[in-house]
Design a protein around this ligand. Structure first.
Ligand SMILES: Cc1ncc(COP(=O)(O)O)c(C=O)c1O
Length: 410
């Protein structure tokens, strides 16, 4: 294996013989177009016209006043088209796939946001699109399945294993092995075999570049950037321009689920944490048992419910440049409520984990310090989960009435 794509002890490219050709072809294409000015101009044009970039940086003045500590700012990435940061990477990879002459795109999705982003970009750029999704995720993120199909994608239910993201990845890898001549596999997080972690970081770093500019325009005294960490794409993109310097602090927030002590969580860097392993083409930290088998995970947010973490984050966490914290399901829901009540914005449950950490940390800091939290997505997609948890019996009665109405119409 080449040393490219190694982050300290992590990363690399561990793929079956059959996939060597497409990953090498992808690496060559990515390296070839990375600094090309026409490619960048095309990315910027779609980013501006289709995604709606730049996304705003909003001062959460009411909530900050309420807390009485540091000023909380929100990078409003959820205002990007299709509702989350996933669209930045989907656009970058699809433009690359077009230059590689591919006509078909496949993807995996957990929360559905990556699937929706990919399906939208495929509709816009004219690709045939197939999305693999675990049947558990299909149930909890049903609205996103509807949008993907409306954009013309075929959503393939995956009923193996835990029926969540990692199982969808396995199915997508199988498809790619059989069809790579005309098909690009558009991975949705900063993980997988090299060049994926580097490529996803590159296309997501638009978030960090904009943030750096917005910080300096307002002359903010930023103590920390805070982002939730599933596989790690929104966090590494947000942190990218700051990694080489020693400040501000960079904080990744994992899902503590029902509590770190319960075992029902997805925390690979906090608590007892993950173990080294090589899974799905890369070396990193994974939640596994003593025999190296992947453990099932739990989070109220489908997008954080993944047993592995991107290799660069694992490395930077071990090296101390990125700090890790965790928030429980309950803390995430409380953060959704706080930002909705005081700021009129509805965080995705994933981003709400970062929001919860921002609220905790703000109380410990003086008023002249700023914290920037990445709202990686907005909460529309979580309506059925958030309302189920927060609105109580009236929501369940509403659903039952709707279902009765549907049945009556048949
Ligand atoms: C809104 C949102 N935030 C965060 C994530 C977590 O992914 P990542 O860590 O790659 O940003 C997801 C994944 O689906 C998501 O939908």
């Amino acid at each position: 294996m080449s040393t490219k794509g190694l982050y300290g002890n992590f990363g690399g490219r561990y793929v079956a013989e059959i996939l060597r050709k497409p990953v090498l072809e992808l690496e060559e294409a990515f390296e070839g177009w990375k600094d090309d000015s026409d490619f960048k101009a095309e990315f910027d044009r779609y980013a501006n016209e289709f995604i709606g970039r730049p996304t705003p940086l909003m001062y959460a003045d009411n909530l900050s006043r309420q807390i009485g500590g540091a000023q909380i700012y929100v990078k409003m990435e959820g205002l990007a088209h299709t509702g989350a940061h996933k669209i930045n990477n989907a656009l970058g990879q699809a433009l690359l796939a077009r230059r590689m002459g591919k006509t078909r795109i496949i993807a995996e999705t957990g929360a559905g946001q990556h699937g929706v982003a990919t399906a939208a970009v495929c509709a816009k750029l004219g690709f045939d699109c197939t999305v693999y999704m675990g049947t558990v995720d299909i149930r909890r993120q049903r609205p996103n399945v509807f949008w993907m199909e409306l954009f013309g994608a075929r959503v393939v239910p995956v009923a193996s294993g835990a029926r969540t993201l990692k199982d969808a990845v396995n199915e997508a890898l199988r498809d790619w092995s059989a069809n790579f001549t005309d098909t690009h596999y558009l991975i949705g997080s900063a993980l997988g075999p090299h060049p994926y972690p580097a490529m996803v970081k590159e296309y997501q770093s638009v978030i960090g570049r904009e943030t750096a500019l917005q910080m300096s325009e307002r002359d903010l005294n930023v103590e920390a950037l805070i982002a939730c960490v599933g596989g790690g794409s929104n966090s590494i993109g947000f942190f990218a321009p700051f990694i080489e310097s020693s400040e501000p602090r960079l904080i990744g927030v994992e899902a503590a689920g029902l509590g770190l002590e319960t075992g029902a969580h997805a925390a690979r860097m906090t608590g007892s944490g993950g173990r080294e392993g090589i899974i799905q083409g890369y070396k990193s930290l994974f939640l596994t048992d003593n025999n190296g088998q992947v453990l099932s995970t739990h989070s109220i947010s489908a997008g954080l419910d993944y047993p592995g973490i991107g290799p660069e984050l694992a490395h930077l966490g071990k090296a101390g440049r990125i700090e890790f914290a965790s928030a429980t399901d309950t803390e995430a829901l409380e953060a959704v409520k706080a930002f909705a009540r005081y700021e009129g914005v509805i965080f995705a449950l994933e981003s709400a984990h970062a929001g919860a950490e921002a609220i905790k940390l703000a109380t410990k800091l003086p008023k002249d310090k700023a914290l920037i939290v990445n709202m990686s997505g907005r909460g529309d997609k979580d309506l059925f989960i958030s309302a189920g948890a927060l609105a109580g019996p009236s929501w369940k009665e509403f659903l039952a009435r709707e279902a009765e109405g549907e049945a009556g119409d048949e």
